[in-house]
Design a protein around this ligand. Structure first.
Ligand SMILES: C[S@@+](CC[C@H](N)C(=O)[O-])C[C@H]1O[C@@H](n2cnc3c(N)ncnc32)[C@H](O)[C@@H]1O
Length: 317
């Protein structure tokens, strides 16, 4: 596995910092778009292979960055982020994210441009991902959108109508925005990464949905309500670390859709979430990735039913 550590900041400070980081073989470049000499910004990129010693190296790099901040008495902060390259997607600036595209039949994603004032149709989403995850191109996001489409449009029961949706780990906010566009009453996006929170808030505003989509910074501590649908597209470690909270935040007929794990981890995910008391209702794979939905069991008059109940599935007697 390869990790990319990026540090951004004022270009002159970044060049000085790169000298102190020489043992990590940093690549340094100017960030385009800041033409004034005083506002020039730069980026250091360090590539690390393997997870072994990654924590140690990150600590070393952060302390060098902090030292440099003090020594250079920087008013503006350095911004540091780590990306698992096996789990990334084309960035917003790449040619792969310049044209409108339809991740699912019923929806178009329109990459933001300065002259785009509002979405061109009810099922069009304007998106400016900045650095956040969630352009709609990654298979893990696509799987979530496909399952969302099946839930919202796959039955006459219209289970999304009036529903409250949580996008746990919302990145750009795409799933929260898509849920409302597909008929949910309201959606909340929760995200730990502050720059993704900003990106998600921007996207909510670009789509004129601030009355129906709220974005919160943090994790489960910011979630106090129950939801009809939860979407959680997270790396496996985060799914396993945070997944036990999910049943507490589902309504009695609620459904959670998880994504972000490998197709070969489907069995492990099924065992883990069934141990929390949920029952698997759908599973799907795409390009080596897996996604699954789980629903709450309900107590029926004649005893525990082995069938699951969710708003989109008719109960068989
Ligand atoms: C793979 S991205 C998914 C983004 C988007 N929901 C999508 O499907 O494209 C996962 C996001 O979850 C965030 N995240 C990871 N752990 C989290 C946690 N415990 N609470 C909230 N967000 C978390 C990450 O910062 C990242 O932006």
């Amino acid at each position: 596995m390869q990790f990319e550590i990026t540090i951004e900041g004022p270009y002159r400070a970044i060049s000085k910092l790169s000298v102190n980081l020489h043992s990590f073989s940093p690549l340094i470049k100017k960030i385009p778009g800041h033409n004034d000499k005083n506002s020039e910004r730069g980026r250091i990129v360090i590539l690390e292979s393997g997870e072994e010693h990654l924590d140690r190296k990150l600590l070393d790099i952060s302390s060098i960055v902090n030292e440099a901040k003090k020594a250079l008495s920087l008013r503006s902060e350095f911004y540091m982020r780590v990306r698992n390259l096996a789990y990334s997607e084309p960035s917003s600036g790449s040619s792969q994210f310049m044209e409108p595209f339809s991740p699912i039949d019923s929806m178009t994603i329109q990459p933001w441009t300065p002259n785009l004032a509002q979405p061109t149709g009810p099922r069009t989403i304007i998106l400016d991902p900045h650095h956040a995850f969630g352009t709609g191109k990654h298979p893990t996001t696509l799987l979530c959108l496909r399952i969302m489409d099946l839930i919202a449009n796959g039955s006459r029961a219209q289970p999304f109508k009036g529903a409250k949706v949580l996008d746990f780990g919302c990145g750009t906010g795409l799933l929260a925005i898509a849920a409302v566009k597909m008929g949910a009453q309201e959606a909340v996006g929760v995200e730990t990464d502050p720059s993704s929170v900003q990106a998600a808030k921007t996207n909510v505003n670009l789509n004129h949905l601030s009355g129906r989509v709220a974005i919160r910074e943090g994790s489960w501590e910011t979630v106090h309500e129950k939801y009809d649908f939860i979407f959680a597209n997270l790396v496996v470690a985060a799914l396993l670390r945070t997944g036990t909270h999910i049943p507490d935040h589902l309504t009695q007929t609620g459904t959670v859709v998880i994504s972000g794990f490998g197709e070969n981890q489907m069995g492990e995910m099924k065992r883990f979430f069934e141990d929390t008391g949920l029952t698997i209702s759908k599973q799907s794979t795409l390009e080596g990735w897996g996604a699954a939905s789980f629903s709450k069991k309900i107590y029926l008059d004649k005893g525990w039913s082995s069938c699951y109940y969710s708003k989109h599935v008719e109960l068989s007697r």
